[in-house]
Design a protein around this ligand. Structure first.
Ligand code: ADP
Ligand code: MG
Length: 357
């Protein structure tokens, strides 16, 4: 089911808008992440969609139906929270059965539905256990099964993986994507972890201070950040930024209008020149390798920046000057308001030679 928010605003009595008049559409059958730092308004948006919080103004639609004034029960949503919120004294079977009993589903049909859901989330062997006997990952599987029991119009997941260790988090994010695809249920997944959001989402809504910074496909946030906040929040290691003196002046030459900050992602740095690349004269400051991950640090007119998996860099000695190359499309300019500037000069090869002469 498609979900639409129009001019959605939430303020508490004391003052400023926690959610500040946002508009968005979430397409049917997709998985969208609400991503942002702690306090950016992710849970507030989710709770307004669920009906747990009433917006100060604005509207929410499930398909064409305005739900803004409907209760939680009238909206038919499935919800999973960070703490599993399972009934500890009930078996897994009874936990999943609970919403079906409330809905007065007949016993026979209930039994079939429990089996279908248990298979879907891979806990068919655990049905007679109690939540306390399960691992954190298994408990979240049960919580997801229970949330899906009533075939919800939308599945809402608020940081469901935050209590799990790193390995289980990775396993469970793959599982959530699989379950979402298997059921086709429109899903909203809240996380503060950009890596998690990048892996799991059809689209990411990046939030800061109750405002949408960018709402796009994961690779678009990475490759075409709309502003400096997005450029910095997405990507690890973080994007290199240049905002001072000579380094900025050198890079500024590639732009047709004045920019305040220039950003270049560490993985865009290469020792290999190609037709669209821009040349940077640098000195290798340091080099390290941990398993498959190789990081290098460069001095560039007194500004330092990182390179990630720079091909050929292991052949270079620390302290040695060299030239590195960046595709022109990977040089991001930002204006005084930190908005992305689309004003790279067209002929970068000519420019490179004019800078050198
Ligand atoms: N009951 C409340 N009264 C006043 N402010 C609140 C209340 N609940 C949450 N907030 C504020 O709303 C902002 C957004 O909170 P929240 O949506 O929980 O953020 P997130 O889920 O992104 O961490 C925070 O600044 C938080 O302090
Ligand atoms: Mg939250």
């Amino acid at each position: 089911m498609k979900l639409v928010a129009k001019n959605l605003t939430l303020a508490y009595q004391t003052g400023k808008n926690i959610i500040d008049g946002i508009d968005f559409e979430i397409e049917d059958h997709t998985l969208v992440s609400l991503l942002g730092p702690s306090g950016s308004g992710k849970s507030t948006i989710l709770n307004m969609i669920a009906g747990l919080l009433t917006p100060t103004s604005g509207e929410i639609y499930f398909a064409d139906r305005a739900v803004t004034k409907l209760s939680v029960a009238e909206r038919n949503i499935g919800m999973v929270f960070q703490n599993y919120a399972l009934y500890p004294n009930m078996t897994v079977r009874d936990n999943i059965a609970f919403p079906l009993k409330i809905a007065k589903i007949a016993k026979n049909e209930r039994k079939q539905e429990i089996e279908r859901l248990a298979k879907l989330v891979h806990i068919e062997d655990q049905l007679d256990k109690r939540p306390g006997e399960l691992s954190g990952g298994q408990q979240q599987r049960v919580a997801i099964a229970r949330a899906l029991a009533r075939k919800p119009a939308v599945l809402l997941l608020d940081e469901p993986l935050s209590n799990l260790d790193a390995k289980l988090r990775t396993e469970m994010r793959v599982e959530i994507a699989r379950i979402q695809q298997a059921t086709g249920v429109t899903t909203i997944f809240v996380t503060h972890d950009q890596n998690e959001a990048m892996h799991i989402s059809d689209k990411i809504m990046l939030l800061s201070d109750g405002v949408i910074q960018q709402y796009a496909a994961p690779n678009d946030l990475y490759d075409k950040p709309a502003n400096l906040f997005t450029a910095k929040f997405i990507g690890d290691p973080q994007i290199n930024t240049f905002d001072k003196a000579e380094a900025l002046a050198y890079l500024q030459n590639y732009f047709a209008k004045q920019v305040k900050t220039i950003g270049i992602r560490p993985d865009a740095i290469s020792t290999i020149k190609n037709s669209s690349s821009v040349e940077l004269p640098v000195t290798l400051k340091s080099y390290s390798k941990y398993g498959p991950e190789q990081l290098s640090r460069f001095d560039f007119f007194g500004a330092e920046f990182d390179g990630e998996n720079v091909d050929g860099i292991s052949e270079v000695e620390v302290g040695q000057p060299l030239k590195v190359y960046v595709p022109a499309s990977a040089i991001h300019g930002f204006d005084d308001s930190d908005r992305h500037v689309l004003a790279l000069k067209p002929d970068l090869q000519d420019l490179t030679s004019s800078i050198k002469s």
